[in-house]
Write a protein that binds this ligand. Structure first.
Ligand code: GLN
Length: 321
């Protein structure tokens, strides 16, 4: 069925959802990365971006927070751009793990496979796949250029977060070397882990993430720059990964209740993609047990509910002035 919604309905739904979510409490900042434990837990922002560049920004949408695991999305896109979607499937995989993001057990269960680029194992493996092979600076430049193209503006490294994370990432070191043992690290292991840790430490705003989400929703065309930043065939592939594992062990519950594929990070950010329709991002530091922002989830879920949208509803959504 055709479902017609207006831009003012989208704006009103965003405002209502944002206001509702300000009343939602609970959760706690990530504390296994010391820097994140000290971020003001009351920060809260939400941004919606349409493929034609229409934006709705509410609250702390200019605040640069740690992108953390949301960075797994652009780097998976970059690996697909450079090596093709089949190579990412063959070398990393596309299966949900049903387990926490940093699970070592998941690697063993998947027959020594990193499972998907959207958990730590697969994301470290994806960093090892990035070209130019063997060149840390070149790889980092490619990662940053790719995020900049997707967001229409550059992210900025939060140096203190990078230091904090590098000093405490023992579990990720174990993952990296286990994957190396299984032939799933395609460059120097320490360099690959360092690139992963650095990309997680990038500061980003909800405004930027909403543009990235809308670019994915629009088949690779950035609504702000108007540039095509990746082949449209990558959109359904990355959205599949987001839908199946974006919220880790809670991914099924999330899609069932919200109707939108979304990816979280322990910095408190969430990026949601409604293919062909819109991109959305929200940020608030307190997290639930799976590491997903409590307020960001509440806001996005409410927004979808108010508008009656859902990726699996079977509707053709038409946005009018
Ligand atoms: N850098 C974090 C880690 O590797 C990212 C985890 C996350 O955001 N879920 O543990």
């Amino acid at each position: 069925m055709d479902k017609i919604i207006t831009k003012s309905q989208i704006r009103m739904a965003a405002e209502q959802a944002y206001n509702y979510a300000t009343t939602v409490t609970g959760g706690a900042n990530a504390n296994y990365i010391p820097f994140l434990a000290n971020i003001n837990p009351d920060l809260f922002g939400m941004s919606v971006m349409l493929p034609d560049g229409t934006a709705v920004n509410l609250g702390d949408t200019q605040y640069r927070f740690g992108i953390e695991s949301v960075s797994k999305v652009p780097t998976a896109i970059l690996a697909m751009k450079q090596s093709g979607t089949q190579a990412v499937l063959d070398k990393i995989g596309a299966d949900a793990t049903g387990l926490p993001f940093n699970s070592i057990f998941a690697i063993l269960l998947e027959n020594d496979h990193p499972s998907t680029p959207l958990v730590n194992a697969g994301a470290i493996s994806a960093c090892s796949m990035i070209e130019p092979n063997g060149d840390s600076d070149g790889k980092w430049e490619a990662i940053i250029d790719n995020i900049t193209g997707l967001c229409g503006s550059a992210p900025e490294l939060i140096d203190e977060l990078y230091k904090s994370e590098s000093a405490t990432n023992f579990n990720n070191r174990a993952i990296t070397w286990l994957l190396k043992n299984y032939g799933r690290i395609y460059d120097d292991p320490d360099m690959s882990l360092d690139l992963y840790t650095r990309q997680c430490s990038l500061g980003i705003t909800t405004e930027q993430l909403a543009v990235m989400a809308a670019t994915i929703a629009a088949g690779g065309v950035n609504p702000i720059s108007g540039k095509s930043v990746f082949e449209s065939e990558i959109s359904p592939k990355i959205t599949t990964l987001i839908a199946t594992v974006g919220f880790y062990q809670n991914s099924g519950d999330w899609l069932y209740t919200s109707g939108i594929p979304a990816k979280s990070g322990v910095g408190g950010g969430v990026l949601g993609v409604l293919p062909g329709v819109l991109g959305i991002a929200a940020f608030a530091p307190p997290l639930d047990n799976a590491g997903n922002s409590v307020k960001a989830q509440a806001a996005i879920k409410k927004f979808m509910e108010i508008l009656g949208l859902g990726v699996l509803n079977g509707d053709r959504v038409i946005i009018k002035e």
